[in-house]
Structure formats: C-alpha cells, structure tokens
Design a protein around this ligand. Structure first.
Ligand SMILES: *[C@@H]1O[C@H](CO)[C@@H](O)[C@H](O)[C@H]1NC(C)=O
Ligand SMILES: *[C@@H]1O[C@H](CO)[C@@H](O)[C@H](O)[C@H]1NC(C)=O
Ligand SMILES: *[C@@H]1O[C@H](CO)[C@@H](O)[C@H](O)[C@H]1NC(C)=O
Ligand SMILES: *[C@@H]1O[C@H](CO)[C@@H](O)[C@H](O)[C@H]1NC(C)=O
Ligand SMILES: *[C@@H]1O[C@H](CO)[C@@H](O)[C@H](O)[C@H]1NC(C)=O
Length: 814
C-alpha cells in the first residue's frame, strides 16, 4: 500500500516537473522566442522552435524530431526567412498564429475563417501543429493545422490529396536546396483529372507517375506492399481524395520526403544506430521517366531497347525509333478503328496502366458493362477494372492516346488492360499467334525426332569407334568442326584490306593491329592480325578459335571466322561502325551524342555481356582486359565487348614466363592482379567498375587530374561519395537527361565494383540485378588504387599522368 502511495506521489511529481520545463501549447499570453524554449509534443516525439538549415544564417520556425533535430519535417515561414535572432511566435486573441520580427512586423501568419473563445496553438504527438479552442479536441473543429500545408515531408496520418468540399490541396513540395526551405521545383501530388492518380512533377510537367490506385497500391508503384512498419490507404469519395499511411507502432518513426532533387524517399528511424535508414527511394529505373516511349507503346527495363509498340501498332517515326532511340513520338495503329460496332479488344496483362488524365471511371460497374460502355464511345481506346481486389470491380475508360505504360515481369505487380482494336487487326494478330504456335509444335516434334535420330547415330558411331579401336586406328577427323567456323583465305583477306594498308588500319588492338576490310559480297569486316609470337600448334589454335566462335551473345562482338595460313593468324570479326566507347566519352564534342539513356544502355550491355562470359557461357571466360576501347558500339549504340577469350589463348599464363609481362591495361587493373598477378572474375568486375565511372564522368581513370588533390578518378569518385555530393562526378555534357536516383545507383554500383578486396566486389549477376532493380545496395568500401597509379607499389615513384593509353598497355613487373 505504502509503495503504491509512493509511486503515485512520484508520478505526480514527475509529471509536474515535466510540465514545468516543457510545454506542448501556447496561449495568447505566451510566446516562443528565438533562443528560448521550444514546444515539445506530449509524448516527446516532436519539437517546434527556431532553426537555421545547414550552414545558412537565416532563421525559420519549424518542427523536427526530438531524436534527430536536423530532420525538419515542416517549416512555417519557408518563403519568408528572418535575418536575425529576434523572431517571436505568438497566438493572437483571434486565434491566428503570427511570426513577428524585431520591429513587430508580421513575417508569417496562419489564417482562419472562424474565431474561438480560448485559442491555443498545440503541437500534437503526430507532429501536427494545430490552432484550436482549448477545450475542443475535435479535429473537425480545428481553426488551422500545419498538416494542411505540408512542406517536403509526409508524416503518418497526414493526407496527400484534396478536400473536394473546400478545394484545399495538400501536396509535397521539395525544398529549393538543403539550406533553403522555400518551395522548390519538385512536387508530389494527386492529379484530379479523370480517374485521380498520383504524379511527381517538375514545375508544371509530370516527371514520373506512380499512377492510379488499383485497390491495393498505385499501379506504377509495385514496391508499395503490406509491411511491418506502416499501413496505407487511398480514399476516394465525394468529399475527399487522398493517400495516407499510418504506423503500426507509433514508437517506430517513418517519414516520406521529397528531397531537393525531387526524389521521393522513405526513411525509417533505427534506434540501434540512432540514424535514419533509407527504406525506399523512388524512380530509379528508366521506364519511370514519364512518357519515355510515347503513346501506344510499352516500356520494359529488362528488354533492349526498352520501348516497344503495342501489338497492332507501328512506330510513328520509324527513323527516330530505331536509330536515335528517341521514342517520344510513340506508335500509331496499323489498322484504323472502324467504330461501328466492329471493333474488339486485345487483352494485355502485367502492365502499369496508362496515364488516366483523360479517363472516366465508375466504381460499381462490372467489367462487361465497362466493355459495352467503351464500345459505345468512338473515342474510347481502352478499359479495365478500377479495383483489382476480389477478381476486379469498377471501370476505367481511356480516351485518346495511351501514354506511359510499363510492362512488369512479375505477374503480381501488373494489371490487365483491354486495348481497342479493329476486328480485322485482331484476326490478323490471332492468325500470327496460331502460326507461331504451330511452329513451336513443329520445333518440338522435330527436335524430338532429331533426338531419336542422334541417339541412333551416337550408338552406331560408338560401336563403330569400338570396332576401329580394336583394329588399332584412332584417327578422328576435324573436318566437321572446321565447318562451323569459316576459314578465310589469306589472299582474300589481303585483298579485302588493300593488302593491310595503313589507311585501313582501325587501331592497335590487344593482340596486334586491326584492319577494316570489305568482302566481295559487300560485308564490312574487322580483321585482327595476331602478333606472331604464339607458340601454339596449328590444331590447338584452331580449337581455341572454334571455342571463341561459340561464344555468342548480343553484347559480344561476333567472330565470323579466321585465317591461319603461312605464319599468319588472323581473326575476322563483324565490323562495328560506331567505333568504341572511349572514342565518344573522352571527347568533348562527341560525348554530347551519348545522353544518359545511351550511357545506361551501354553500361547494361557490358554488364550482360560480361555476365555471359563469366557465368552463362560454357567456358567461363575471364576477359582480363576490359576497358573503354574494348567496348565497341553497333549501329544502335548497343555495347559489344571485343577481345574476349584471347587472353587465355594468346596471352599465355597470367605472367608470361619469358617476358614477365602482365596482360591488362593501366587504370583498369585490380590491385590484386597488378600487384600479385592474381586474376579472377573479380578482377574483371573491378575493370567494369572503372569503366562505369568513366562512362558516367567522361573522364579517364588513368591520367585523371584535379586541381585540388592527387587522387585518380576512383579516388575522386570515392571522395565525392563520402562527402555526399556524388552528383558532381557526372559529365556535365550528359545534361538534364538523367534522373538523380538512377545516376546515384550507377555511381553506387561502380564504387561497389572497384572495392579494394575482391571478395567485397559483387559478381556480375548481382551487378546486373543491381542495375535493373531498385533493391537496396550495400555500402561501398574504399576503392583499390585510388591514388593516381599503381607504379608506386613497384618503383616507389609517383606515376606521371600520361594520358595516352595505347590498347593493352603492359608494364614490367619485378
Ligand atoms: C519586419 O517585417 C515587416 C513586415 O514584413 C517589414 O516591413 C520590416 O522591414 C521588417 N523589419 C525588419 C527589421 O526586418
Ligand atoms: C489561407 O491562406 C491560403 C494561402 O495563403 C489560402 O489559399 C487560403 O484560402 C486561406 N484560408 C482561409 C480560410 O482564409
Ligand atoms: C513498439 O515498438 C517498441 C520499440 O521498438 C516496442 O518496445 C513495443 O513493444 C512495440 N509495441 C507494439 C505494440 O508492438
Ligand atoms: C455507375 O454504374 C452504375 C451501374 O451501372 C450506375 O447505376 C451508376 O449510375 C453509375 N454512376 C455514374 C456516376 O455514372
Ligand atoms: C470525341 O473526340 C472529339 C474530339 O476530341 C470530340 O469532338 C467528340 O465530341 C468526341 N466524341 C465523343 C462521343 O465523346
């Protein structure tokens, strides 16, 4: 009993004590001064007071988390800063919150259309600052609340959207910069045209489109799923349209913020580390760029090129579509609609639904009614269910062009869309589908027959060989394999290259000079004349070449054949008209031709080619000399890796015993390879990382110089990364064609690849996955070789930055 009394007294004492030092509200007789106290919400989570963002001297009134005072979630006077510490925040008798400066001028104020008897301004546990009557806690009766005027942060229980009765729009808008909370260029809002959708804007234009709500999530936001931290809902009725989330456990903080670069990011507070952890960051993939593919086309990040016309549609500007990779004109119908009841619909699945700004909806119609409704209106181009839950309900109709559709590979993410087509076009597509099916069946049947046939042949030849063996002869002919790889005649090659004339020389490749040639049939070829120091026998060489020829992938240069004759060993490749990546990225004028999309496409191409060499080909090839000049570009600027497979056959062992030389190129070599001659697939990953950073920055790693430090490109990138300004790495010539998060992801992956320890670097399958998804990435550690050159490890003198980088430079090792 005694103990309970004690406890009671203590708790009263404690709460009195608390009230005396912190308060969560002010009345007209009180005020908050700059440099004085702050308001603290009753549960202690949030505080309100004066602050200066970053290194700025301007003063603002804001609300922040008690655990993390630099995390400001709301700013009152974001457009009107105070220049000194004389600000005072007060509540007027009429129930208006005012911020006064030293001369009692009103710098900022809240507004209201009503007055109450006993006004107070109170900071609630949710982080909402409200003006209300002291005795009335009904949210409907608040005079004013900060949640109605969001800045860049959406807190739990805050509504993002519209009050349709008063016309109040609540939207997120970025800060101008980390030091200026004034409204910046970027906003996230709900677009009320047609069926309401969520959009992320830059000024007045849509940048990315999470899209319409399908009952479970926004159609373009498959990451939004039930999770242990928060639950969410989208409300759409006559009075309100908004998105909102609530915490499962209010002692776990989570916030959604649009950063000054316009990227929506969700952070969760981690108690253990006392820091915010990035839980989700938005639009990191190419297809998220609004309208990238134009009308009537789909975007698929896993395909190359990413854009494709819907079935039954053709590119509107075929020239731009195929060669310049400019898809913005979109596609047009192959067969016009007839609109006299003779149209039908093609069903597509797993899609992000198109822009709904010119759409119409009804929540209670069935899909069948929806179809009928669409057929009745000649301008209707597509329809689908409004809500996918429980087999689907409701109806959305689209009018006019279908814009910003993406294709998902995961069936859970996408939705069905019924696209209107002329009946004749539908019949045509159906016929095509049938014949493809028939072909497939034919292939299956014929391969089954072939299998049976081959089994018989194998059996027979087995018996035959046994018979031969017993007779003492084991000669097996190479004739069949030779047929797989065309052997070119030396005279023909000499002819095609004007007898290896200097005019035809394309460059000095890794293993000898390369010439351009033209075959009598008109085909352009590239001829690699291998240096003559190969000690291999003719048959061994042939076998190696045959193996290389078997490596076929769209991101590898295709080997057409070889010529092994009179002491000459030559490889004949397809000719790449656009030369190599270094030709573009390191040249002021030409690098403008490589915008962000093309650069991403090249990086992905190289990643996929390398993944094939490392893991998917039968041979497991380590390239050992991956670099910008070994990445060739085809007509459509797709990357093709060259010089693969040669290191093994033509480069000898990792350290050639006679010359003591290492194959590889300065600036691309991993530390363990350069220093100890150890190479593995992770050395290629290192070279890949260097290449990525070079493509992003337009600077060479080797020979990189900076006025302020002696680091090489890797060191420079790492420095910017840890100083939290990675964007400064990017080639200014890339222009505005890139999205911040995508850039950050590529820099991040580049840094992961060049980490000092091989075991820390990801393998190529992880790299490909990291580049094409939005998964969270591990933190990179310090890169290997971040000082200008590895010569310091050998000779003790600092390497001079000679920027000339002849292909396949080799260096002396002791
Ligand atoms: C205070 O604010 C008023 C009104 O905004 C303005 O006219 C006045 O110049 C300000 N005084 C100072 C010292 O900034
Ligand atoms: C309050 O101010 C905002 C912006 O200044 C204005 O749009 C809104 O109509 C005002 N509300 C009332 C109730 O006066
Ligand atoms: C909420 O989280 C806190 C701290 O992580 C934990 O102690 C508490 O048990 C949780 N409450 C509920 C209802 O899960
Ligand atoms: C929506 O469809 C239902 C059923 O067809 C109909 O009763 C209702 O009037 C429609 N609502 C609107 C706004 O058109
Ligand atoms: C179809 O669109 C045209 C042009 O936008 C418009 O004039 C016409 O009224 C529309 N027809 C229907 C049935 O909505």
């Amino acid at each position: 009993m005694d103990a309970i009394t004690h406890l009671f007294v203590y708790s009263i004492f404690f709460s009195l004590f608390r009230i005396s030092i912190t308060q969560n509200s002010i009345t007209p007789s009180q005020s908050i001064r700059d440099g004085g106290t702050t308001l603290v919400s009753a549960d202690g989570s949030f505080q309100l007071g004066f602050f200066s963002p970053g290194n700025s001297n301007s003063r603002y009134v804001g609300i922040w988390y008690t655990v993390s005072s630099e995390t400001v979630v709301w700013v009152a006077n974001r457009e009107a800063s105070l220049s000194d510490h004389s600000g005072v925040l007060k509540v007027t008798d009429g129930g208006i919150l005012v911020l006064l400066n030293s001369t009692s001028g009103v710098v900022w104020s809240s507004n209201t259309s009503r007055t109450v008897e006993n006004p107070v301004a109170q900071l609630l546990d949710t982080g909402n600052l409200v003006l209300k009557d002291r005795n009335d806690d009904d949210p409907e009766k608040f005079l004013w609340q900060s949640f109605d005027y969001p800045c860049d942060t959406l807190l739990p229980e805050m509504k993002l959207g519209w009050n349709l009765v008063t016309g109040l729009e609540r939207f997120l808008s970025s800060w101008k910069s980390t030091e200026d909370p004034a409204q910046g260029e970027y906003s996230v809002r709900i677009d009320l045209r047609g069926y309401p959708q969520s959009v992320s804007m830059e000024g007045d234009s849509i940048k990315t489109r999470p899209g319409s709500w399908n009952g479970l999530r926004f159609t373009g936001y498959p990451q939004l799923r039930p999770n242990p931290v928060f639950e969410y809902e989208f409300v759409l009725n006559e009075k309100e349209v908004y998105y909102e989330y609530k915490l499962h456990n209010t002692s776990v903080f989570s916030r959604l913020r649009v950063n000054p670069s316009g990227v929506p990011q969700r952070f969760n507070w981690v108690d253990r580390t006392q820091s915010w952890e990035l839980f989700f960051t938005s639009h990191t993939i190419e297809c998220d760029n609004y309208g990238l593919c134009g009308g009537y086309a789909t975007c698929n990040t896993n395909k190359s090129p990413v854009c494709a016309c819907l079935e039954g549609f053709l590119p509107k500007s075929p020239k731009n579509w195929d060669s310049v990779l400019d898809w913005s004109d979109g596609c047009v119908r192959r067969t016009p609609l007839e609109c006299n009841g003779r149209d039908g619909f093609l069903k597509r699945t797993r899609l992000k639904l198109p822009d709904t700004s010119s759409s119409w909806y009804n929540k209670s119609m069935s899909l069948k009614e929806c179809e009928g409704m669409c057929l009745k209106n000649c301008n209707c181009t597509a329809y689908t269910s409004l809500d996918v839950r429980g087999g689907g309900s409701g109806c959305v109709l689209w009018f006019g062009s279908l814009i910003d559709i993406s294709e998902y590979s995961n069936s859970e993410s996408g939705q069905d869309l019924y696209i209107r087509m002329a009946t004749s076009e539908l019949e045509h597509l159906e016929k095509k589908r049938r014949s493809a099916e028939i072909k497939l069946v034919a292939i299956i049947v014929s391969s089954a027959l072939l299998f049976v046939g081959m089994t018989i042949v194998a059996l027979v030849s087995c018996i035959w060989k046994k018979k031969l063996k017993t007779q003492g002869t084991t000669k097996i002919s190479h004739g069949k394999e030779d047929m797989e790889l065309p052997m070119f005649d030396l005279a023909a090659i000499a002819n095609a290259t004007d007898n290896f004339s200097n005019n035809k020389k394309l460059g000095e490749g890794g293993f000898g000079p390369v010439y351009k040639g033209k075959l009598p049939d008109g085909r352009d070829i590239a001829v690699k004349r291998l240096s003559k120091n190969s000690k291999q026998g003719l048959n061994e060489l042939k076998n190696e070449v045959i193996l290389i020829a078997k490596l076929q992938h769209r991101n590898l240069v295709k080997l057409l054949g070889c010529c092994i004759q009179e002491n000459e060993n030559m490889l004949i490749y397809e000719y790449m008209p656009n030369k190599s990546v270094d030709f573009f990225i390191f040249d002021q004028a030409k690098s403008k031709l490589l915008d962000w999309h093309k650069r991403i496409n090249i990086i992905r191409g190289v990643a996929k080619g390398l993944l094939y060499l490392h893991e998917d080909s039968r041979l497991r090839i380590i390239h050992r000399d991956l670099k910008a000049s070994n990445i060739l570009l085809d007509n459509n600027m797709n990357a093709k890796i060259s010089d693969f497979g040669l290191a093994k056959s033509f480069g000898g062992d990792q350290i050639d015993s006679e010359t003591n030389r290492i194959i590889g190129t300065y600036g691309y070599m991993s530390p363990e390879y350069a220093v100890h001659g150890q190479y593995s697939i992770k050395s290629d990953v290192f070279s890949f990382g260097v290449l990525v950073l070079e493509i992003l920055s337009g600077k060479k790693n080797r020979g990189f110089c900076h006025p302020n430090h002696h680091l090489n490109l890797l060191g420079h990138a790492w420095k910017l990364w840890i100083e939290d300004k990675p964007m400064e790495l990017i080639d200014e010539l890339v222009g505005n064609s890139c999205t911040l998060s995508s850039v950050l992801r590529h820099i991040h992956v580049g840094l992961l690849c060049v980490q000092q320890r091989p075991e820390d670097r990801p393998n190529m399958s992880s790299v490909v996955q990291m580049l094409t998804s939005e998964s969270l990435l591990p933190k990179p550690k310090q890169p290997g070789f971040f000082i200008d050159s590895p010569t310091t490890d050998f000779s003790g003198k600092h390497g001079t930055s000679s920027a000339n980088e002849i292909s396949n430079t080799v260096f002396e090792a002791r």
